[in-house]
Every structure is written in structure tokens, then in C-alpha cells.
Design a protein around this ligand. Structure first.
Ligand SMILES: C[S@@+](CC[C@H](N)C(=O)[O-])C[C@H]1O[C@@H](n2cnc3c(N)ncnc32)[C@H](O)[C@@H]1O
Length: 281
């Protein structure tokens, strides 16, 4: 069992982050310790960081998240390097406000530097990650020039330190690739955790997640010899997710209420029933 108060919070934020349901996932996932934990949509990494398997293949199409975690793993982005970077640019943000945020965003869209990505992710609107069709990051500023106050920078550096600690001594590979590639070579001993973008909700933050791709993912999940656990919303007060019923009904479902923070206004935030659909229980 994972104690909720001890959950490791990663330095990256994203929509659909699974921090709140980590204990629920840990309770239902029964994996073999010598198998590989495979996450083709690793996102912030919160699930892997908390389950802390010995062997893992953690992939995502977001190259900046992957490069950041590769850099932390290599010891290139230490908490003190992250602190210096955020302090330096945080001071300028405080001085010049939104204009500086836009300069940093333009620079990031030129240089693709993972530290710039971290800066933007922690000072943009709602910690969103969204790229336009040309692959350029386009989330606006959170409108708080004093964003990188001392306590906030310390919090982020502590998050970098804790994910770095978790990675140490583990056989983990971070890779930027398609989700299909992450399925290659998976064996019966391995466990694949799937948290794809959501169909039927706002997916603009990760580009398109068309129905055909979701159906293909279900096919891969059924064919792989590995065990599989899918995270997906089942229903809210307005609608139910037909894709889940159409393509995953032969898996065993476990349900929990999950409160998504997707809108700026409190009134836009609705509870959602989240399902873990598991192939072999
Ligand atoms: C719902 S988020 C995963 C959240 C993650 N479980 C967490 O708690 O942070 C979905 C992730 O899938 C990635 N993604 C979207 N389309 C993808 C694709 N075609 N191939 C690989 N990754 C993709 C996105 O970059 C995003 O990080």
C-alpha cells in the first residue's frame, strides 16, 4: 500500500497527471519484480516514480520531458543546477513579467532546452503542456510575475532531488518514441501501464488522439504477451466513454472517483469515474 502523504510529486506538471490515483493503481497492479515496467505514455512519470520498479522502460512522444529525465538520471540536471537556472530566470520574470515569459517561450521553441521547458511548465497557465501544429509550445503565462519565489524554487528542486533518488541504482530507460515501439519485445513477465490521451475530451494539449489510434492501442494491448493495465475515464454526470465499453470490456475493471483539474473555473471541474482495466488479475 502507498501512503498518500508519502506520494512523490514529480517536477513536471501535466493535465491528466495521476498523482491522486497512485495508491489505487498500486493496490491493483500485481507485477513481477523481475519483469520490466513499461509506460508508453509516461507523462510526468508520477506512476513509475511511486511504484519504483527495478526495471522500467518509460517512453513518451514529448521529447522535452524525456530529455529532462534523462538529464536528471545522468546527473546533468542536479537540484543546484535547476535552482540556479530558475533563480536567474525567475528574477527576470519578476522584473519584466509576461514579456519575459514570452521571450523564454520563444527561446525554448528555438533551442528545445529541457530546463526552459521546466521553467515554462512551472510558470504557464495551469501547468498545461500544449504544442501547436508546428510543434511549438503555446501555453500562455500564469500571470504571476513572482512565480519563482524562493519557496516555490525550493519545492521544485526538492522534487528534482526526489525523482533523482528514485532513479538511482535502477535499470530505467527513458526514451522518446511512439507508443507502438514501447510494446516491442515485451514478454509475459512484463507489465504495461497505459495512460493515453483521452478520447472525447480536450486532447489539444498533446495533439490529436484519434479514435483509430485508440482502437489500435486496444489491439496491441490484447495481443501483447505482457500484462496490461489501462487508466481511462468511464463516465461523468454528462456522458459515458463508449470506447471503454467497446474495446476493453473483457478486461477486469476497478473504479474510483477522480477529480480532474482541467478548467480554470471551479465550476468547470467535475468528478469523473476513473477505471483501471486490467488484463489478468
Ligand atoms: C494522460 S498523459 C499521461 C499522464 C501520466 N500518466 C502522468 O500521470 O503524468 C498522456 C501522455 O501521452 C503522451 N502521448 C500522446 N500521444 C502520444 C503518442 N502518439 N505516442 C506516445 N506518447 C504520446 C503525451 O505526451 C502525454 O505525456
Amino acid at each position: 500500500m502507498i501512503d498518500e502523504s508519502k506520494i512523490i510529486v514529480p517536477p513536471i506538471k501535466c493535465q491528466g497527471i495521476k498523482t491522486k490515483i497512485v495508491p489505487f493503481i498500486a493496490e491493483h497492479v500485481k507485477r513481477s519484480e523481475d519483469g520490466v515496467w513499461i509506460e508508453p505514455f509516461v507523462g510526468t512519470g508520477v506512476v513509475a516514480f511511486n511504484l519504483a520498479p527495478q526495471k522500467a522502460l518509460l517512453t513518451d512522444k514529448n521529447q522535452y520531458i524525456i530529455s529532462l529525465y534523462q538529464g536528471i538520471q545522468r546527473g546533468e540536471y542536479t537540484p543546484s543546477i535547476v535552482r540556479s537556472f530558475l533563480e536567474l530566470h525567475g528574477e527576470k520574470l519578476e522584473q519584466f513579467g509576461g514579456k519575459y515569459y514570452t521571450e523564454m517561450r520563444d527561446a525554448f521553441n528555438e533551442n528545445g532546452d529541457p530546463l526552459y521547458f521546466l521553467f515554462l511548465n512551472r510558470s504557464d497557465f495551469n501547468g498545461m503542456i500544449r504544442f501547436n501544429r508546428r510543434g511549438q509550445f503555446n501555453v500562455p503565462f500564469c500571470q504571476k510575475p513572482n512565480r519563482f519565489a524562493k519557496a516555490y524554487v525550493t519545492k521544485i528542486c526538492n522534487q528534482v532531488a526526489s525523482v533523482s533518488r528514485i532513479m538511482q541504482g535502477k535499470d530505467w530507460t527513458f526514451k522518446c518514441c511512439s507508443w507502438q515501439e514501447a510494446f516491442d519485445n515485451a514478454t509475459e513477465n512484463d507489465y504495461i501501464y497505459l495512460d493515453p490521451p483521452y478520447i472525447g475530451r480536450d486532447t489539444s494539449y498533446v495533439g490529436e488522439w484519434p479514435e483509430e489510434e485508440a482502437v489500435l492501442l486496444a489491439e496491441y494491448a490484447h495481443k501483447t504477451p505482457a500484462n496490461v493495465c489501462l487508466s481511462m475515464w468511464k463516465e461523468n454526470e454528462f456522458r459515458r466513454n463508449e470506447h471503454l465499453y467497446d474495446h476493453w470490456s473483457d478486461f477486469t475493471w476497478f473504479e474510483q472517483n477522480h477529480f480532474y483539474h482541467i478548467g480554470a473555473k471551479e465550476t468547470n471541474r467535475h468528478p469523473m469515474i476513473e477505471v483501471l482495466a486490467i488484463k489478468r488479475v
